[in-house]
Design a protein around this ligand. Structure first.
Ligand code: ADP
Length: 680
């Protein structure tokens, strides 16, 4: 262990070695590290620690350091007998020198090896970076290539889209043309076919002279070919109607039992007396009643039964009807014990002009249109048609149809809604036989101040007019089975109904006739929502509207009332003072007065008294409008001359309109015409 560090040496101390020598270079003190590393001890000369051949350099260091500060002096000292370079700093110290040094050789080597290591790491890193850069570039190239390809295929897709759009458009056009051509051609075919069939029937009638047996056979051929052609033309016509959306629904109520009975009557002649096929009709549930297009249901079933009979040589053909599923559907089934249909043909037989090859097919003629048409009809009725069949064992065709056609249900809902007059809306009678158009009008007006009263026949319209006086009427003149021209003229020539504004909306341009008969407006279908609403509001105002006079000094209340009564057939007059109100009441003879209880210049009692005193204004109903609680006495006094007392804070559109209608109704002016006519 060496002596403790002299205090004056502290600032010299380094991590490596610290030595103190006297002026002759003999060591007088050293720190632990120096003692350990250099194996030095006091009394030894610094020179003895130097590596061989460098002793002079060490001497010179001591000599120099005695007089001045030496910053960095490299000397080689022996560490464990091995020469090592030290960077020594020296300085004069109490008659000798103090030296502090650190090993450089080892640091250097370590640094070098570290640098070398780092260098090699760096170069590895560099190589890796280069590799990654190359990879990145490759990927960027690849991406650019993919991008180019994508862009090209995008362009391709766009072109394809455009082509597809064009094709779709031309297909739609072609389909339209096809439907039109088929419809026209079929119609054209029907007339000459009628003649051919009629003539053939005439020729075959013995009363018109007899034919030779050969001639009879020939005419029979003409007749059966003509009949087949007639059937084809009819099917084509029906199909084209379905396709073009021109098919009309004629729903009626009918019982399943009666319906199947009639069907049995129609189909029985197809089964000869000696046939080995039995045609069975199962008894349907007694209370099963449908409300849909009976003729179309019958058309589907007739086709299914005649197919079943065609493709069944022995056994039976069974027809049944039952309730189906929770959704109020009816399931008709026609099953047979005939030749059946292979699974691969199940889908195709519903396509147009598809027939499955079979020996029976050759014997019985057909158009290949029956099932296609039947499926369309089933879908038109809101149902569907499917087949289950096993070759050699028979087939079952299942025709499911809503018991009540959805349109009928909607119509019922609409009619029910119209039975209940909405006090908040002005009734508009719509005479229209097309349900879709009625639904559309109802939808258009559902959020407006108008309520649709749908009527589908002139008779209906007359009945509704007994009950309600509409604010306006919208009517079609081309109704199914009738026109409403005479009804229009009847409306417009009758004193009681002449001022109901009428908008005629129809498919054919008959404006002159409509106007001549008194129509207030004439439009061609189709009608847009906004257009209709605007016109109705305008017409309702010009029709049997009622004038209302508001006497209220509060501008805000007048504004609120105006807003509440927007879109109603009422015309508003406003007065801000009592005298002004009385003047307007006399001049304009309003149908009803809204009177504010608190006026600045006159009391409501005065106004009421003056109104009652004048024969011109005596009968005008008054709705007293107040924002304050009335005394019992006041209330009693007011009730005599007033129809209703209405609290301002409770006023809503509905309440206002109901009260107005009630008040007008009492004087025979309301839209409900139960009591008395319109006040003159
Ligand atoms: P078609 O006028 O030929 O009867 P349909 O469209 O009614 O035309 O029927 C298409 C084809 O489906 C028929 O030609 C027949 O091959 C097959 N098919 C229809 N109903 C039956 C059935 N009940 N049994 C076997 N095959 C049937």
């Amino acid at each position: 262990m060496t002596a403790p560090v002299p205090a004056s040496l502290w600032h010299f101390l380094s991590r490596e070695v610290a030595l103190v020598c006297d002026a002759s270079g003999t060591l007088t003190w050293m720190d632990d590290r120096a003692a350990r590393l250099l194996e030095a001890s006091p009394g030894q000369t610094l020179r003895s620690l130097a590596a061989q051949g460098t002793e002079d350099k060490v001497d010179r260091l001591v000599t120099l350091s005695r007089d001045e500060r030496v910053e960095r002096w490299e000397v080689i000292l022996c560490v464990a007998g091995q020469p090592r370079t030290f960077a020594i700093r020296g300085a004069p110290h109490e008659g000798g020198v103090a030296l502090v040094g650190s090993l450089v050789t080892e640091d250097y080597a370590a640094a070098i090896s570290q640098v070398t290591e780092t260098m090699s790491e760096l170069s590895a890193l560099h190589r890796e970076t280069e590799r990654q850069q190359r990879e990145l570039k490759r990927r960027a190239d690849e991406l650019a290539r993919i991008n180019r390809e994508l862009e090209e295929s995008n362009r391709g897709v766009r072109t394809l889209h455009a082509e597809l759009d064009e094709k779709t458009e031309s297909l739609v056009r072609a389909a339209e043309i096809k439907s039109r051509v088929v419809a026209n051609v079929s119609h054209e075919f029907r007339t000459p076919l009628h003649s051919i069939l009629g003539l053939a029937r005439l020729l075959l009638n013995p009363a018109n002279g007899s034919l030779t047996p050969e001639q009879q056979k020939q005419v029979q051929f003409i007749r059966s070919s003509g009949e087949a052609l007639f059937e084809l033309v009819n099917d084509l016509l029906d199909l084209s109607k379905m396709e073009s959306g021109k098919a009309t629904l004629r729903p009626v109520k009918f019982g399943a039992g009666d319906f199947l009975g009639a069907l049995r009557g129609m189909m029985r002649p197809l089964v000869p007396g000696d046939s080995s096929v039995e045609l069975r009709f199962e008894e349907p549930p007694a209370d099963l009643e449908l409300e849909t297009d009976e003729a179309k249901v019958s058309q589907v079933l007739r086709n299914l039964v005649s197919n079943a009979l065609k493709f069944t040589e022995k056994g039976h053909v069974t027809v049944s009807a039952s309730r189906h599923g929770p959704e109020d559907m009816v399931c008709f089934q026609v099953s047979d014990t005939g030749i059946g249909i292979a699974p691969e043909h199940h889908a195709h037989i519903f396509e147009e002009f598809t027939q499955v090859d079979s020996p029976l097919q050759k014997q019985v003629k057909g158009t290949g249109l029956g099932l296609a048409l039947s499926r369309r009809l089933a879908e038109f009725l809101g149902g569907g048609l499917t087949v289950r069949s096993t070759p050699g064992r028979g087939s079952t065709f299942t025709f499911i149809v809503p018991r009540v056609h959805p349109e009928v249900k909607e119509m019922v809902g609409m009619t029910e809604r119209s039975q209940q007059l909405d006090p908040g809306r002005a009734p508009v009678m719509v005479l229209e036989d097309d349900r879709q158009t009625l639904f559309l009008y109802e939808k258009y007006l559902s959020r407006s101040g108008f309520q649709v009263l749908p009527v589908r026949t002139v008779e209906d319209a007359r009945r509704t007019l007994q009950r309600v006086r509409p604010a306006a009427m919208v009517m079609d003149v081309m109704l199914e089975g009738e026109t409403s021209w005479s009804f229009l003229s009847e409306l417009k020539s009758n004193e009681a109904t002449r001022d109901i504004p009428v908008l005629v909306v129809t498919l054919m341009d008959r404006e002159q006739k409509a106007r001549a008969l008194g129509a207030d407006e004439f439009w061609l279908k189709p009608v847009g929502e906004e257009q209709l609403l605007r016109k109705l509001a305008e017409m309702a105002r010009s029709g049997p509207v009622q004038k209302l006079l508001i006497i209220d000094d509060d501008e805000v209340h007048r504004y609120l009332l105006r807003q509440l009564l927007r879109d109603t057939p009422y015309i508003l007059e406003e007065a801000g003072t009592g005298p002004e109100g009385l003047r307007l009441a006399r001049e304009k003879t309003p149908d009803l007065i809204f009177l504010d209880f608190v006026l600045p210049d006159m009391t409501a009692f005065d106004v009421l008294d003056e109104l009652k005193a004048d024969p011109r204004t005596r009968d005008i109903p008054v709705i007293l409008h107040t924002s304050r609680q009335l005394q019992e006495e006041e209330r009693r006094r007011l009730e005599k001359g007033t129809s209703t007392i209405l609290a301002k804070h409770k006023l809503s559109r509905e309440v206002a309109i109901t009260r107005i209608r009630d008040a007008l109704h009492k004087t025979g002016l309301g839209t409900d015409r139960g009591e008395g006519g319109r006040r003159g």
